[in-house]
Design a protein around this ligand. Structure first.
Ligand SMILES: CC(C)(COP(=O)(O)OP(=O)(O)OC[C@H]1O[C@@H](n2cnc3c(N)ncnc32)[C@H](O)[C@@H]1OP(=O)(O)O)[C@@H](O)C(=O)NCCC(=O)NCCS
Length: 187
C-alpha cells in the first residue's frame, strides 16, 4: 500500500485503498443495508457507544455522521470489504485534529464471523501509515471501553501504549462507562 503525503488535509478526494487482503472505501449511502446488518449484532456493539441498530435509518444516520466529519476534514470512516466485495466492518478516524494538535482517534468494528482472522491486524497498520505519513499526525489514540480485552490486545500488539483510565468517561445504554486511553506516537 502506498499513500502519498499530503501538504494540506483534504479528505474529500478519492480515498479508496487496498491492503493485501482487503479493500477500503469511505462509507457512503450504498453501504446502509450491510452496515445495518453488521451493527444490529449485539456481540459487535457490546462495547460500543451504540445500541444494536433497529433499522436501516439508523445505519443511514451513522453514514451521515461519517460523511459529515469527512466533509469537515475532521474524521474519516472506511467500509472494509474482502476481495469478493463481502462487507466485513468499518475502521477509520473518529476525529482528526490538526489545528491544536496533530492527532487522530482510531476506531473500528469487525463483523463477528470475521473476528480472529487478522482483519484489524492488517487494517490497523494501514490506518497508522495513513495517519502518520498521509496526514502527518504526531499521535494516534484510541478509547476502549473497560472490558473490551480483544481491542486492548489489538492496540498493544500494534505499538499503542495504555496511558490511563478515564473514569465514567462515556454515557450510553443508560450508564456511565470507564474508558482506557491508548496512544501511539509517530516516533
Ligand atoms: C476488537 C476487534 C476489532 C478485533 O478485530 P479482529 O479483526 O478480530 O482482530 P485480529 O483478528 O487482528 O486479532 C484478534 C485475535 O485473533 C488473532 N489472530 C489474528 N490473525 C489470526 C489468524 N490468522 N488465525 C488465528 N488467530 C488470529 C489475534 O492474535 C488476536 O488474538 P487475541 O485477541 O487473543 O490477542 C473485533 O473483535 C471487533 O470488531 N469487536 C467488536 C467491535 C469493537 O469492540 N470495536 C472496538 C471498539 S474500541
Amino acid at each position: 500500500m502506498s499513500i502519498r503525503p499530503r501538504a494540506m488535509l483534504d479528505l474529500t478526494g478519492a480515498l479508496d485503498f487496498r491492503t493485501d487482503r482487503f479493500q477500503l472505501r469511505p462509507l457512503s449511502v450504498e453501504d446502509s443495508p450491510v452496515l445495518f446488518r453488521h451493527l444490529s449484532d449485539p456481540a459487535v456493539t457490546e462495547f460500543m457507544d451504540i445500541d444494536p441498530l433497529q433499522g436501516e435509518d439508523e445505519a443511514l444516520a451513522i453514514i451521515g455522521w461519517a460523511m459529515g466529519i469527512r466533509e469537515r476534514n475532521a474524521g474519516l470512516r472506511w467500509g472494509i470489504r474482502d476481495r469478493d466485495g463481502e462487507f466485513l466492518g468499518t475502521a477509520g478516524f473518529n476525529t482528526i485534529e490538526l489545528e491544536r494538535g496533530r492527532r487522530g482517534e482510531v476506531a473500528y468494528d469487525i463483523r463477528k464471523a470475521s473476528w480472529g482472522q487478522g482483519v484489524m491486524g492488517e487494517v490497523l497498520p494501514a490506518l497508522a501509515v495513513f495517519g502518520f505519513q498521509g496526514l502527518g499526525l504526531r499521535r494516534l489514540e484510541a478509547m476502549v471501553t473497560v472490558g473490551n480485552e480483544p481491542s486492548c490486545r489489538l492496540l498493544e500488539r500494534h505499538g499503542f501504549e495504555r496511558e490511563g483510565v478515564l473514569r465514567d468517561h462515556g454515557f450510553w445504554k443508560g450508564g456511565f462507562w470507564d474508558q482506557v486511553v491508548y496512544g501511539r506516537l509517530a516516533t
